[in-house]
Design a protein around this ligand. Structure first.
Ligand code: PLP
Length: 379
C-alpha cells in the first residue's frame, strides 16, 4: 500500500500507542474519583496536558481538551458575536459555525494565501472575532498569522483610544500545521488555537482549544464541570496521553520531517513533470506545508483516477475527506479561482511518515498511467 492521504488521517505512532496502553484497563480510573489510584491518573492527565500545552508555548490550564478539532472550533465560536471575519477557505467546522453570525469572508489569492488588503477593508469597529487557519487542509498553504495579528493589534489600539470596548478575538485552526510548523501562541498572536491529535499521529477523537487569558468561552454542553466547566464529561485519559506523546514526538522530529517531505515531494513532482500529462501544482510554492502536493490535471476526472489507483493500493483523495465523501465541489479550489474542469481534475496528495523515495517513484508512475488512461477516455 502507498498511502498519500495523510491530511485526512495519520496512523497512531508506536510511541503514542504505548503511552496510551495502560490507561485503557490497568489505569482506567475516573480522574475525578477520590481514591489514590484515581488521583494518580489525574496527575498523569494534567502532566500530559501541560506537556501538550508546552509544545505550543502555553500552560496546561490554558487548554480545553475536546473530542477533536470540530468541537474545538465550535467551542472557539462561543466567543464570537455579531460581526465576524472568516477566511473563505476554512474547514467546514469553521464555515458552518460562522453561519450563526453576521459573517464576512476574507478573500485568498490564487495560491490560497490571505488577501491582507481585503482583510483590512473588511475589519471594522464592530468586528468581534476573526478565524484564519494556520494551514489549509486542501492546499497546505500557510498563512502569515503574526502579520494578521499585527493588524488586529493596531485595531485594538484604535478601539482603546476611541473607548470602543467590543472584544476582538483572533482564532486559528492549526490542525494540519501542528506536526510540521513550530507553534508559539505568543509569537503567532492568537487568542484561541485549535489543535488536533488525529493529524499528528495521535488517536482520533481528541483535540484541544488553547484559550488566551482574556477570552470568555461558553460551554457547548453542561455537566460535571470538567475542563474548567467548558467541556463537561469524563476525561478521555488515554486519548490525551496519546495526543501529548504523539505531538511531542512530532515536535522532536519536525525539522527532519520537513526536509524529508520536501525531498519526497520533489521526487513525486519530477515523476509527474517528466511525463506529458502537464500537472499544475496548486498552492503556494513558498508558504506550503512540506507534506502537501495538491495537483490538477484539467480535463481529467480525478475521482476515476482515484478509483483506478485504488486497484494498485495507492490511496489519495480529491479534497477534504468530509466534502469528497458527499460529492461536493471544493470551496477551497473555487476560492483560488479554479474552473469547474480544473476542480474536477484535482487531486489532494499529502505525504506522511511511512512514505519512501521508492514509493514516490512508483506512485508518480502509477498516477501518470492513471491520468493518461483518463485523458484517452475523455477525448
Ligand atoms: N480543521 C481542519 C483544518 C481539518 O483538517 C480537520 C479534519 O480534517 C478538522 C478541522 C476536523 O477535525 P476532526 O474531524 O478531528 O474533528
Amino acid at each position: 500500500m502507498i498511502f498519500l492521504d495523510y491530511a485526512s488521517a495519520t496512523p497512531v505512532s508506536k510511541v503514542a500507542k504505548k503511552a496510551m496502553e495502560p490507561y485503557f484497563s490497568e489505569k482506567f480510573f475516573n480522574p475525578s474519583a477520590p481514591y489514590l489510584a484515581a488521583k494518580r491518573v489525574r496527575d498523569d492527565y494534567e502532566a500530559a496536558k501541560a506537556d501538550l500545552a508546552h509544545i505550543i508555548g502555553a500552560k496546561g490550564d490554558d487548554l480545553i481538551i475536546t473530542s477533536g478539532a470540530t468541537e474545538a472550533n465550535s467551542l472557539a465560536f462561543s466567543a464570537a458575536s455579531g460581526e465576524i471575519l472568516v477566511l473563505e477557505t476554512e474547514h467546514a467546522s469553521v464555515l458552518k459555525n460562522s453561519k450563526n453570525f453576521d459573517t464576512k469572508f476574507i478573500k485568498v489569492d490564487q495560491t490560497g494565501l490571505i488577501n491582507l488588503e481585503d482583510f483590512q477593508e473588511k475589519l471594522t469597529k464592530k468586528t468581534t472575532f476573526i478565524s484564519v487557519a494556520l494551514a489549509n487542509n486542501e492546499l497546505g498553504t500557510i498563512q502569515p498569522l503574526a502579520e494578521i495579528a499585527g493588524i488586529i493589534k493596531a485595531e485594538r489600539q484604535r478601539r482603546l483610544l476611541e473607548g470602543n470596548t467590543l472584544p476582538l478575538i483572533f482564532h486559528s485552526d492549526a490542525s494540519q500545521a501542528m506536526s510540521l510548523v513550530p507553534i508559539s501562541v505568543a509569537r503567532l498572536g492568537v487568542d484561541l488555537l485549535t489543535i488536533n491529535s488525529a493529524k499528528v499521529y495521535g488517536p482520533k477523537g481528541v483535540g484541544a482549544l488553547y484559550q488566551g487569558h482574556q477570552v470568555k468561552l461558553r460551554p457547548l454542553a453542561e455537566g460535571g464541570g470538567q475542563e474548567k466547566g467548558l467541556r463537561s464529561g469524563t476525561e478521555n485519559v488515554p486519548g490525551l496521553i496519546g495526543f501529548a506523546a504523539a505531538a511531542r514526538e512530532a515536535k522532536e522530529h519536525q525539522n527532519g520531517a520537513r526536509k524529508n517531505y520536501e525531498e519526497l515531494r520533489n521526487i513525486l513532482k519530477s515523476e509527474l513533470e517528466k511525463s506529458e500529462i502537464q500537472p499544475i501544482f496548486l498552492g503556494s510554492k513558498k508558504h506550503q506545508l512540506a507534506n502537501f502536493c495538491p495537483v490538477c490535471f484539467p480535463g481529467v476526472d480525478a475521482e476515476r483516477v482515484i478509483y483506478n489507483l485504488e486497484n494498485d493500493e495507492i490511496y489519495l483523495s480529491t479534497g477534504a475527506a468530509c466534502a469528497a465523501s458527499k460529492g461536493e465541489q471544493s470551496h477551497v479550489l473555487k476560492a483560488i479561482g479554479l474552473s469547474d474542469a480544473e476542480i474536477t481534475g484535482s487531486l489532494r496528495i499529502s505525504l506522511g511518515k511511512d512514505n519512501t523515495k521508492e514509493a514516490m517513484k512508483v506512485a508518480g508512475q502509477k498516477i501518470v498511467e492513471a491520468v493518461k488512461k483518463e485523458l484517452q477516455f475523455s477525448r
